[in-house]
Ligand binder design. Structure first.
Ligand SMILES: Cc1cc2nc3c(=O)[nH]c(=O)nc-3n(C[C@H](O)[C@H](O)[C@H](O)COP(=O)(O)OP(=O)(O)OC[C@H]3O[C@@H](n4cnc5c(N)ncnc54)[C@H](O)[C@@H]3O)c2cc1C
Length: 644
């Protein structure tokens, strides 16, 4: 058996790195009209006033939300999650029940037939329903966090809202189509074309991995309008009727987890879309996608919060009863630390999510950094929670629920939650991309004042002006990093036993800001390539945000529920250990040797190391080539029963 010969061969031509970055940069929302806790945190300023006191929903939002949650809880009790796993599909009747509940219109305003839930209650409902089976969370969030309702609500004209939203609120499913075989993390490569044809556009292309794609009635499709005289064209968002001639659902994809999702490969061949279905305007597609994700991104953490709560419940029940070596397994320290991790993390994830949701609801803060931080952090931490639960459950953690039940044991779907949770680190912005996206915002102020100094394209004059600007800014800013409330023993007294953690957050916020500045001074234009460094700086910010959310919430709830202070205290102890390790790793790491080693691995220097096992077949490419034109495969669309 020989090792493979070729590695990292580019599969197709596309925009180069610089062009790709330009596209992403153009789609970025650059203005900051509202204050941002996250942005300030990375500048070394702990702006507690932006998140403390803990926000509360309005009485109307609460009443509406609680009533919806009560009805959703009844439905969730009836969900046959195991049937969804066995049949690898969400059964027909459940779509009807979800529609009757109003689950497809949770985020749609009441004026258009929806439930008009706040972000807080929408995400609580998602977590609840997903506990019946995680594929249901994916169905509902792909439909309304990124699917048609959210961008139409945010950017649609009144006519578009009236035309689409009532259909969706009543239960018609929607999907979001950005990804293509050659377009994953890098949207600059979008190849699906939208050619103007007088009254509208003609779409041609292939879209991959569209969640809900086999059952949707409406799609949001990202396609590229060519530049013409007087029109710059660009990636554009279209609302497309799924039954338009020329659309073929070529395959239903299946995955490690989320066995029930209806995820599709979809071909567009000469699909006519009227001009009135363009959202916001030609060339605005990626801006729409990013803005939609600012709050849409909160639904994945909601699933992570729900998953962690479920894990905590199983961990507690099992660890207290299972006896080995004369004690309950939970009484052995090695297991106890895992239980503490699960409990502390669950409290932190819920606090971060609730805080972000309420900040989004009262619209006083810009939450784009916080939402990105909670997506990144929740997807990483909930995965660890599920992994630790498997370990606590021992062999039973690896066993399927059906197999456990066949022996008469409680059918905890622990192996399933691990499988289902894994995708959260990949979609709606992979961890690596979230690190870059947040890092870009974290260094935004530095680029604003000093960006031209390190921009190879900037003129001499622009560089000189940037040096002057930077000198002014840093003369005022750098001294603020040296001192702060975090060094004063009595500071943040109002947090009681949690005050020392808030002081730690304040000190660490200045330290991470100083570290980012030191990184910029050291690497200048090369900073953006220091992804490991930037990733750690962002991870520190995520831990600090999590600690802040816990402390502010625990303080607010202390009078009515003292357990919050205990959980927040325990979580902060854990987080501080991680933050200390991350600070150390900022400057003491194996990044340089890892980069070298990876390059040599890709060059094939160590292929001998791969000998001794059977290798993957080489007769097929890593990314399949495809051609435009009519489909040559049958349409595999799933028809849901018509509702009366
Ligand atoms: C179950 C499932 C459901 C999905 N649902 C939808 C959907 O409804 N609609 C839709 O449009 N898409 C959907 N997707 C696609 C999903 O959003 C993409 O998988 C995701 O964006 C990552 O793209 P990719 O898989 O092509 O990975 P690639 O972009 O090929 O990345 C491969 C690896 O390289 C890393 N990487 C890439 N670029 C960089 C960089 N610049 N710096 C550092 N690291 C980098 C990535 O993080 C990843 O680890 C779904 C995917 C799955 C599996």
């Amino acid at each position: 058996m020989t090792a493979q010969k070729e590695y990292a061969r580019p599969t197709t031509q596309g925009p180069n790195e610089r062009e790709a970055r330009k596209v992403a940069e153009a789609a970025r929302q650059t203005e900051w009209t509202k204050p941002s806790f996250g942005k300030e945190l990375f500048l070394g300023r702990l702006r507690l006033d932006l998140v403390d006191p803990w926000p509360t929903p309005s009485p109307e939002a609460r009443a509406k939300g609680e009533a919806f949650l009560a009805r959703a809880a009844e439905l969730t009790e009836r969900i046959d999650g195991r049937r969804i796993e066995r049949e690898a599909r969400i059964y027909d009747e459940l779509f009807g029940e979800l529609a009757d509940l109003g689950a497809f219109g949770m985020k749609i305003p009441e004026a258009y037939g929806g439930q008009g839930l706040s972000n807080l209650y929408y995400n609580k409902a998602l977590a609840l329903i997903a506990s019946g089976n995680p594929s249901l969370g994916a169905l509902l969030s792909a439909h309304q966090s990124i699917g048609v309702p959210q961008p139409v609500k945010m950017f649609g004209t009144e006519e578009q809202k009236k035309r689409f939203l009532p259909r969706l609120a009543a239960g018609e499913v929607s999907a979001f189509l950005l990804t293509e075989p050659d377009v994953g993390s890098d949207p600059a490569r979008v190849a699906t074309s939208a050619t103007p044809d007088g009254e509208g556009y003609v779409l041609d292309g292939l879209k991959l991995w569209a969640t809900n794609g086999t059952i949707a009635g409406l799609f949001v499709v990202m396609a590229r309008v060519p530049a013409t005289e007087g029109n710059r064209g660009g990636i554009t968002a279209f609302v497309v009727e799924a039954d338009s001639p020329g659309i073929t659902v070529e395959a239903r994809n299946s995955f490690l987890g989320l066995r029930g999702i209806e995820n599709a490969l979809i071909r567009f061949d000469g699909v006519r879309v009227p001009a009135e279905n363009v959202l916001m305007g030609v060339g605005r597609g990626l801006k729409i996608a990013l803005a939609t994700l600012n709050t849409g991104r909160l639904s994945l953490p909601a699933m992570c919060v729900g998953g962690s709560k479920w894990c905590l419940n199983v961990a507690r029940g099992w660890s207290a009863e299972r006896v080995q070596w004369g004690r309950a397994v939970g009484a052995h320290e090695a297991v106890a630390t895992k239980i503490a991790f699960i409990a502390g993390t669950t409290y932190a994830l819920e606090s971060m999510l609730d805080l972000c949701c309420m900040l989004a609801d009262d619209e006083t803060n810009d939450i784009r950094i916080e939402a990105a931080l909670v997506k990144l952090y929740a997807s990483e931490m909930a995965w660890k929670v599920a992994d630790e639960l498997i370990q606590i459950r021992g062999g039973r953690g690896y066993e399927t629920a059906d197999s456990l039940e066949a022996r008469g044991e409680r059918p905890a779907e622990v192996e399933q939650i691990l499988r289902d949770m894994r995708i959260n680190r990949i979609f709606e912005g992979s961890t690596e991309i979230m690190h870059l996206l947040i890092a870009r915002e974290a260094v935004d102020t530095h680029l604003d004042v000093a960006g031209d100094i390190i921009d190879p394209d900037a003129s001499k004059r622009a560089k000189a002006e940037a040096v002057a600007r930077a000198a002014g800014f840093y003369a005022g800013w750098l001294p603020t990093l040296a001192v702060g409330a975090g060094f004063m023993p009595g500071a943040y007294r109002e947090f009681g036993p949690l005050a020392e953690h808030v002081r730690f957050v304040e000190r660490s916020s200045r330290r991470v800001a100083a570290s980012i500045f030191a990184g910029m001074a050291r690497w200048q234009g090369g900073m953006e390539r220091r992804q490991a460094f930037l990733g750690r700086a962002v991870d520190i910010g995520a831990e600090l945000f999590a600690m802040t959310a816990c402390c502010v919430r625990a303080k607010a709830e202390a009078a009515s529920d003292p357990t919050g202070v205990e959980l927040a205290d325990a979580f902060c102890e854990q987080a501080r250990v991680r933050v200390d390790a991350l600070f150390t790793a900022l400057w003491h790491n194996s990044d340089t040797s890892d980069r070298k080693l990876a390059r040599k691995v890709l060059e094939g220097r160590y292929t001998k190391l791969e000998d001794g096992v059977r290798h993957i077949r080489e007769d097929l490419p890593w990314v399949a080539p495809w051609k435009l034109g009519p489909s040559t495969t049958p349409d595999v669309r799933r028809k849901l029963p018509k509702r009366g």
